[in-house]
Design a protein around this ligand. Structure first.
Ligand SMILES: [Zn+2]
Length: 265
């Protein structure tokens, strides 16, 4: 694990990159910020988490780090030990954790539940969707208090790296580390819509998968939303697709969700 800091003193703000080793956008954004050495008004900790997986270009070495929290210093897997070490570093910090997906090109935020702290940060980020992961948060860094995960875009793209950088700037603006550092388009946007994850959408073992709908675009009852070996899956009830992709996860397409409101409600 690599830990860097901007500014002096005990950091109460942290940015975490590289929880997954096949998501280079976060480490790229952190390196860009370190190169710029901005004069911060509050110290900021910058962490690159799963260095071994990043070196190998794989999601994880032994197990998914974002299912391994709180971890264990004597754990049998590399990720168990990293999870424990990372939580020690983040104690007391309002935290932004950078991810990317195979499902959606636009940035969006995930929180355990919207509360005062996460609402304040999410309203300042360049996102238009926030997802409450709720019952699916177990083992994830997101269960750490005052933690916001962001999906920066499609894995391995320059656009995801650019989005990651903008999200970090928006976060440092929102937390007072770099006031007014949020880029112009982060202000004056429309409402930020809040969704809640409801159910994983399982996929049977097969070789060919398709997702036929767009994430965050409501699916009607009776609509075909995915296909397995060309066989269409039809929605029993209306839902909002979240993190749905053909090959992003081993055993699920993604999640069903529902719209719960807008930030500020
Ligand atoms: Zn990730």
């Amino acid at each position: 694990m690599r830990v860097e800091q901007l500014g002096d003193g005990t950091a109460e703000i942290a940015v975490v990159a590289g929880i997954h080793g096949d998501e280079p956008c976060g480490p790229r954004a952190v390196d860009r910020l370190l190169d710029e050495e901005p004069a911060v008004e509050r110290p900021v900790k910058l962490v690159v988490a799963n260095e071994r997986a990043l070196e190998r270009g794989v999601r994880y070495v032994n197990e998914d780090l974002n299912r391994a929290f709180p971890g264990d210093p004597e754990g049998a897997t590399y990720e168990q030990r990293v999870a424990h070490e990372l939580l020690s570093e983040l104690r007391g910090c309002t935290t932004l954790s950078l991810h990317s997906t195979q499902s959606y090109a636009e940035p969006f935020a995930l929180v355990d539940r919207v509360d005062d702290a996460t609402r304040a940060v999410c309203s300042a980020l360049p996102v238009t969707e926030v997802v409450e992961t709720d019952q699916f948060a177990s083992g994830r860094l997101i269960t750490h208090p005052r933690t916001i995960e962001v999906e920066c875009g499609l894995q391995g793209t320059d656009r995801a790296a650019e989005n990651a950088y903008r999200l970090v700037r928006g976060f440092l603006d929102a937390t007072g580390a770099l006031p007014d550092a949020g880029l112009d388009e982060a202000t004056g946007r429309g409402d930020v819509t809040v969704y809640r994850m409801l159910q994983p959408v399982p996929k049977d073992e097969a070789t060919e998968y398709e997702v036929l709908v767009d994430n965050f675009e409501g699916v009607r009852a009776g609509e075909s939303f995915a296909a397995v070996e060309g066989e269409k899956l039809v929605a029993d009830e209306p839902f909002v697709p979240i993190l749905m992709s053909a090959y992003g996860y081993e055993d699920i397409f993604g999640y069903t969700g529902e719209r719960v409101g807008v930030l500020g409600d």
